[in-house]
Write a protein that binds this ligand. Structure first.
Ligand code: LMR
Length: 398
């Protein structure tokens, strides 16, 4: 029956987690692979605001009926407030269709299915490089996926001119997948001036911008990280936004994300909202309740919300500190090399420029795990391992 089924090679990021877990070198091993925030003690945090929300949810315990296909209204409102701002005109005009999804990945999948159904000839273009699953999800939805120029290894910046030229050559309704902040995997973001230019091209060429924001709060701040989204809406663009609470609420396993589509009118947004629900219904019917309860409780309570923002900024600041420490340590060891990119890049990731061979050596000789494309999750560093990691990197670079 299954002779024709080809084996799965495994996922380059999640497969690394399994390998790391099985590595017996427990005294030295360091996980800088998957995009997960660990505390200074190397623990996966349960945020204080989440603990409070879970107590509220448990007292008295809430019945677990089916949620609406689109998720809890309070959850959807939380997504809209965060992404578009509490004073968003598009939201108050009813032009934003938002649904709760199974993480940011679920949002991408629902959005990709919707786009492929209603724009069957549209192609999707992702940054070169991008998070590998972007390609898998859009291809899995039946779309052809191409790459647009983005990362410039020579300048550790963006190939901005090439990117703009590429966008100029795309067809109406092609999808461009954009990272509003904390680009995954490079940590290299567009400046506001660059966003303004790119979004104007997107508008002129009638492209479909699909903005995937999984690290809001880890770059500049909550509002600053949403700049590109809010600017696009202000410019009158129709836009898809997938967001994730995995990282900024440390709720990875609860699969908490959202998909928002900004339409030209309330009537169109309502139609889109209906189709998004149908898309959900035929994939997984409705989202799970717990994560919806937690997000709703935290985000719609002023005190818990303020506590949450503070906790996100603590995570952000600890990552920044680790970037600085790693940069300082490596610069001291190899003064002829420039490691300033560590503190220029934003968010959880740093694109180190290490080759696949060097990454493999880090894993084999030092039990330091990174993605083979050279992506390091800086949030896995702490004061106890940063010097060890710097030593290991210095050795493979020599
Ligand atoms: C990552 O990029 O490491 C995270 O987004 C986790 C994942 O699902 O790949």
């Amino acid at each position: 029956m299954f002779n024709h089924v080809s084996p799965y090679a495994g996922d380059p990021i999640l497969g690394l987690m399994d390998k790391f877990a099985k590595d017996p070198r427990t005294d030295i091993k360091v996980n800088l692979g998957v995009g997960v925030y660990y505390t200074e003690d190397g623990q996966l945090p349960v945020l204080e605001c989440v603990k409070s929300a879970e107590q509220t949810i448990a007292n008295p315990p809430r019945p677990r009926g089916y949620l609406p296909m689109s998720g809890l209204p309070g959850y959807r409102k939380a997504c809209q407030d965060l992404l578009f701002g509490k004073d968003s005109q598009a939201v108050s005009e009813g032009r934003v269709a938002t649904i709760a999804t199974l993480g940011g990945s679920g949002a991408l999948k629902v959005g990709a299915d919707f786009i492929h159904q209603w724009f069957p000839t549209a192609k999707c273009y992702v940054s070169k490089p991008t998070w590998g699953n972007h390609i898998s999800i859009f291809e899995g939805a039946g779309m052809e996926v191409g790459e647009y120029p983005y990362y410039d290894a020579a300048t550790i910046g963006v190939k901005f001119e090439e990117m703009c030229q590429f966008f100029e050559g795309l067809n109406e309704h092609d999808v461009v997948l954009l990272h509003p902040c904390c680009h995954n995997p490079t940590g290299v973001d567009l400046s506001r001036e660059q966003w303004d230019i790119v979004l104007q091209i997107v508008k002129d060429k009638k492209l479909i911008p699909f903005m995937d924001i999984a690290y809001q709060g880890f770059g500049a701040d909550m509002d600053g990280d949403a700049y590109a989204i809010r600017k696009a809406v202000e410019m009158g663009l129709t836009v898809f936004v997938s967001n994730s609470f995995s990282k900024n609420l440390s709720l990875y396993g609860e699969r908490v994300g959202g998909l928002s589509v900004v339409a030209e009118t309330k009537e169109l947004a309502d139609v889109v909202f209906g189709q998004l629900q149908f898309t959900v219904r035929r994939i997984y019917s409705s989202p799970p309740a717990h994560g919806n309860f937690v997000v709703d409780t935290v985000m719609n309570d002023d005190a818990l919300f303020a506590q949450w923002v503070g906790e996100v900024y603590e995570m952000r600041d600890r990552i920044r500190l680790m970037r600085q420490k790693l940069q300082d340590s490596l610069t001291a060891k190899l003064p002829e090399r420039d490691f300033s990119y560590f503190t220029k890049q934003q968010g959880m990731f740093s694109f180190t420029g290490l080759s696949a061979e060097q990454v493999a050596r880090l894993q084999e000789e030092f039990a330091v795990y990174m993605v083979s494309n050279g992506r390091m999750c800086v949030a896995g560093l702490n004061n106890g391992n940063v010097e060890y990691v710097a030593n290991a990197i210095a050795q493979v670079l020599q």
